[in-house]
Design a protein around this ligand. Sequence first.
Ligand code: C5P
Length: 237
Amino acid sequence: MGRPTITAVIPAAGSGSRMGAAVPKQFMELNGHPLLDWTLAAISQADEITSIILVTPPDDVARLTGKYVENARWPKITRAIAGGTTRATSVYNGVRAAETEWILAHDAARPFVSPALVRRTVEAALRHGAATAAIAAHDTLKTRDGDFLGESINRATALIIQTPQVFRSADLIAAHERLRHEGKEWTDETSLLQHAGIKVAWVPGEAANMKITTPDDFRMAQVMAERSPFVKGPARI
Ligand code: C5P
């Protein structure tokens, strides 16, 4: 069996409201390059990925098509398309636009994903049907009850879920169409797939693969960016 081709869907259509900045976080600069460029460069370097669909705020489709698709700096980026009002809709739009059996969804807001983590996640998905990167919890975990602590959560079995997440396009589309009337907000694709009855495997994620959400995260990412090489050139196809 040859290796399947995999489309990366990069949701970058969020408004970044928790960052409180003038521009959405994916366009803020990390050590001289927009955060989104770091993520696209990292995903472009992964040999398993054959094409990339960028999901952008609707008003930015034309500008980002010019910047990332026509300019061909990273030739794997084939399309920029409009996202929706939730992350789940943005990924769904990207999956619908993809032409491969397998999809890798990865948050634009996780710029330091490594090729090794992409490979681990892809291999687990091909073996088990769907897979995500995840980190075992080391801190004590609780629910919250207003200003007070709620219940204790068993740390020994808790995971913090990251992306990449790899699954079959047909599974995601079927789950989305069957369950969207429930009106739930899915914060990632594994939640939706599991709710549709699909088992999802996990592989060890990486601490560096943090999601940049708050100004604190951004400061930490800036330090990391100063120490990481930025891959400028086009990736191999
Ligand atoms: O909001 P959150 O941090 O979970 O967003 C994760 C990723 O999903 C971000 O890269 C963000 O740009 C993207 N997103 C999206 N469409 C939305 C909301 C978020 O593509 N409506």
